[in-house]
Ligand binder design. Sequence first.
Ligand SMILES: [Zn+2]
Length: 127
Amino acid sequence: MKIKRQKHAKKHMGFYKFNFGFREPFQVLLDGTFCQAALRNKIQIREQLPGYLAGATQLCTTRCVLKELESLGKELYGAKLIAQRCQVRHCSHFKEPVGGSACLLSMVEGGNPHHYFIATQVRSFSF
Ligand SMILES: [Zn+2]
């Protein structure tokens, strides 16, 4: 099952690479909900994401996501630790942080020029 899923991933990623110019390492922007879900389900993002995306990945996040996690306090402490180990990418909300998902959405505006993947659990995420 797992191998099959990775095969599928390879096929999908081939599509993204070919059509949209995605290149390894794939830049994956994580939000707090994703970190929290990974923690809850005991998923080692760093080890497992490359398998899902069939290639080397670079985990990234933004200051807004970190700020949001900080403001949510103790309950999301573990998620915050995961997010803190990601590379922090600059967003446009330097002075006024916005919500994590709003921030990530802004990172892929304008046709996603930096070729980010977004890892979130927010279902209403719409482009
Ligand atoms: Zn931001």
